[in-house]
Design a binder for this molecule. Sequence first.
Ligand code: AMP
Length: 459
Amino acid sequence: MCGIVGASGVHGAARIASLGLYALQHRGQEAAGISAVDDNGVARVQKVTGQIADGIDDEVLRGLPGDTALGHTRYSTAGGGGLVNAQPIVVRYHQGDMALVHNGNITNARTLRAELVEEGAIFQGTIDSEVIVHLIARSRAGNPDEEIREALSRLEGAFSVLITIGDTMYAARDARGFRPLVLGRLNGGMVAASETCALDLVGARFHCEVPPGAVIRIRGTEVTELEPLPPAPRQAPCIFELIYFARPDSNVFGKSVDRARRAFGRQLAREHPADADCVFSVPDSSNSAALGFAEESGIPLELGLIRNHYVGRTFIHPEQIGRDFKVRVKYNPVREVIEGKRVIVVDDSLVRGTTSKGLISLIRDAGAREVHFRVASPPVTNPCFYGIDMPTKQELIGARMAVGDIARHLNVDSLGYLSLEGMHQVVSEQGPFCDACFSGDYTAPLVDLGSGLAAASTC
Ligand code: AMP
């Protein structure tokens, strides 16, 4: 998964993009990058491995002049690490300098790439997004608007993209609208971002969500909707954005993430009540759902687990500290809250089950009398091919075991998942959503899986 941001017609656009990336850092920490286009249409780019603060400083930003900029933060996905796969992708082609940032996973990228390679195209990395740049550059449509539309029309799967050609910015989303993308107004210019929390940070006023299938051209404050992409049979925004991925202070797909999570938590409390002394979350992604559970059940909300925010991605793993070290380095239970109590632990999702197993053993060690585990989403039974980094089906605990077996495996007194129907009911006004990770109903064709080609490195 990734976060994307763009600024057009804004003085010091690279600085705005860098601030936007701070707000979107939760969407990816593997690499970050910013491109900016100067008054002569020349695009410059700087990329760093790790987080935005790891290398994009004032000096770097001074080297990225111009009123148009893009930013990207990349999530760690299988295979495709390193700066070669970091974005923005910047190239020079017959219409001038082009830069692109992408969030999502193109499900026919391997097939398109094989075709392009056959025709003589040269690729630098393994990322699916590079295909888009080639398709634009090879289009014979004659003008950038049409080149972009033609290229995007050939893609299957999930893409929210921002592209600059010269100092014109384009914002587009696939016709199913899997990944979010919003526009805001700032000081006579426009800002685009994956989530509204980035608009808030830079002081931009929300303008609109980029509609699914839209291709929007932006020059300063001039916003023009071009002919949309061919329509999809149905829209399918990703429900997992609301469950886990997006920030609770964002509005995603026209819905407050906090409100959605609270409603999931309330519904969960109705479906799986438990007699207990307190409720607490697995911070931070489950905080809103736990609040909703506590509100609905009337059971007091406590802070039973404290999360360490300063754990880097790599740390030395001293074997002698034991099996649960990875969990212990991130979470510590508050003994005073837990000891002798019947506790309800609310988590947003259960994926492999390894974090939860470790957490429950910590909570038991802290003296819990009973542990009731509640998950504010249905069992994850299928991998995501549209951009959420999920393990293979074999690794998904919800695909391997029945709920009773999972409860025994986790060593909890009871386990309850939000039902699929209950989840959809909560967001029925915004739906329908893509729920493939819970239902196996893959709405967009998985071309490369059908052709036996492994999925490309995603973003
Ligand atoms: P586990 O069941 O051990 O795989 O971990 C589940 C926890 O990881 C949940 O509490 C989520 O907050 C978090 N989580 C869910 N999906 C993802 C994901 N795609 N990438 C990273 N963390 C995730």
